[in-house]
Write a protein that binds this ligand. Structure first.
Ligand code: PEP
Ligand code: MG
Length: 538
């Protein structure tokens, strides 16, 4: 038995034979052409045929995986229509008097290399798209049909890389899991794999002779077992059974409303840290995203993510959530979340120091970049924004005036954005609780951050494991605070939810409902268990 480690794109367990994806690539030959005009015409005709093919694939993906999954083919159409890309192919044909297949292959290599060398993870992932359209174009030019074969038996699909085109062309009933060497959790193929709801791993350095061998994909641990022994098979079969039973029990709750027997509806949203978590949210039937911790976007970088990069990420999340609410929390760094390029001074007491909204108000350019990206992305779905660590009404007013500046600038520049995005605040300081009656007059909603609220209320550092024994989020002081906040929110006609970990504490679900909490935003895996509890409350 061999155990290989990779990176999980989507969790779950699969057991079955490996099937190495046959790409059937034949090398492209360089051929001299005398009639350049005819070659350019051939290129144009092939390009038009591929555009049609992509439009068909778009429709097919739309019905299979929805708009967010289909979008990639829209992107491919755009790439193929791109002047630079087709200009380069034409130029090679004209200047070197060569066949269109060869010119396309060279252009594809150049462009994908260019994307791969970019720092930006999103742009890097576009290299696979370029390869995909180039391959499609070459196949059409040479009269070959692009085909992806999975074989007759349901298998674990193994590939060097999975292009989105291949992913959609696969016969889904034969796919148990995906295992790839290349790919990023950001790539379209990864998004599609998640949407298809099969376990998927990337970064697995599999041996060449893996084809047809029995394998186990452990999408929970990111591991691939080749030729597993009896004991391992037994272990995973029982894990799979348990997973299936649990899923079945909870799956019955999918699509059902989160409401009490008496008909009180609670919004049950998911907390996410990035695009890769959206699939978990959807898989668990989240009714929205109640907390998108946007700082993860900054934490994974060597330098400030620019507006475009942020815009793309928010846009993808909004599109994938297809009209469901997505609450993006603005940058919350400082304390335990340190980022070198911010070059912040060391502090004696960082949890009470220069963090979250304080940094944004002191460094408005960074804040404005993020706000521009959020308001622009708002066009693509049901976005809301919320601000962390608020302690005063003045802060909220200052934020709102920055938001107005941002909107005015976007208008002036003629850049599309959604002007009426809801603006809520996190209630995670005792100060915000005490003035929640005043804040409720100016905020569109409240989301209670019980992690910080507990630490500030009980004067207990949430990072200090030595005092874990005293960190008690069930403390009556914390619970009363939640009650006060909800009451003050309702008095002003706004909603209040909980997005801290306490929201997922099933021993308190009933109490929260009694308090009038309108929303619970929790890690995706807690959604269905909580829905079950709520549906049993009178
Ligand atoms: C909280 O403080 O409860 C919260 C949700 O924010 P974070 O855990 O990201 O500080
Ligand atoms: Mg917090």
């Amino acid at each position: 038995m061999i155990k290989l480690q990779g990176k999980t794109v989507f969790a779950g367990i699969a057991i079955g034979p490996a099937a190495v994806l046959e790409k059937k690539d034949s090398p492209v030959k360089r051929e001299h052409v005398d009639n350049v005009e005819a070659e350019l015409l051939r290129l144009e005709q092939a390009r038009e045929r591929v555009l049609l093919e992509l439009a068909e694939l778009y429709e097919r993906a739309l019905s299979q995986v929805g708009e967010s999954g289909a979008e990639v083919f829209g992107v491919h159409q755009m790439m193929l229509e791109d002047e630079d890309y087709s200009g380069s192919i034409k130029n090679i044909i004209e200047s070197e008097k060569v066949n269109a297949e060869y010119a396309a292959a060279v252009t594809g290599d150049n462009f994908s290399e260019m994307f791969e060398s970019m720092d930006d993870e999103y742009m890097k992932a576009r290299a696979a798209d370029i390869k995909d359209i180039t391959e499609r174009l070459i196949k059409t030019l040479s009269g070959k049909k692009s085909s992806v074969e999975t074989g007759d038996v349901a298998s674990v699909i193994i590939a060097e890389d999975l292009t989105p085109g291949e992913t959609v062309q696969l016969d889904k009933s034969k796919v148990l899991a995906f295992v790839a060497w290349y790919g990023s959790t950001n790539s379209c193929a990864a998004i599609l794999a998640r949407t298809l709801n099969v376990p998927a791993l990337i970064g697995v350095d599999y041996p060449e002779d893996i084809d047809k061998k029995p394998v186990i994909v452990d999408g929970n641990e990111g591991a691939l077992y080749i030729d597993p022994d009896e004991e391992t098979i037994k272990k995973y079969e029982s894990l799979k059974e348990a997973e299936k039973a649990k899923k079945q029990m909870l799956a019955e709750l999918k699509g059902k409303p989160t409401e009490t027997r008496g008909g009180r509806r609670i919004k049950l949203y998911a907390n996410i840290g990035g695009v890769s978590d959206v699939a978990y949210a959807l898989q668990n039937d989240a009714e929205g995203i109640g907390l998108f911790r946007s700082e993860f976007l900054y934490l994974s970088k060597e330098d400030y993510p620019d507006e475009e990069e942020q815009f793309q990420v928010y846009k993808i999340v909004l599109q994938n959530m297809a009209g469901k609410k997505v609450i993006i929390r603005t940058l919350d760094i400082g304390a335990d979340k340190k980022i070198d390029y911010f070059k912040l001074d060391e502090e004696e007491n960082p949890a009470m120091g220069f963090r979250a909204i304080r940094i944004c108000l002191e460094m408005p350019e960074i804040f404005k970049t993020q706000l521009r990206a959020i308001f622009r992305a708002g066009v693509y779905g049901n976005a809301a924004v919320m601000y962390p660590m608020i302690i005063s009404v003045e802060e909220l007013r200052e934020i709102k005036s920055i938001v107005e500046e941002v909107k005015a600038e976007l208008s002036e520049q003629g850049i599309p954005f959604k002007p009426d995005i809801e603006q809520g605040i996190m209630i995670e300081t005792p100060a915000a609780v005490m003035i929640s009656d005043l804040l409720a007059k100016e905020a569109d909603f409240f989301s209670i951050g019980t992690n910080d609220l507990t630490q500030y209320t009980l004067a207990i550092d949430r990072q200090n494991s030595k005092i874990d024994r005293f960190y008690d989020p069930h403390h009556e002081a914390v619970l009363r605070m939640i009650e006060t906040v909800v009451k003050n929110a309702h008095a002003e006609g706004i909603w209040a939810g909980i997005c801290g970990e306490l929201g997922a504490d099933v021993s308190l679900t009933e109490r929260f409902v009694e308090m009038g909490v309108d929303e619970l935003s929790v890690s995706p895996t807690f959604i269905l268990p909580i829905r079950k509890i709520i549906r049993n409350i009178e």
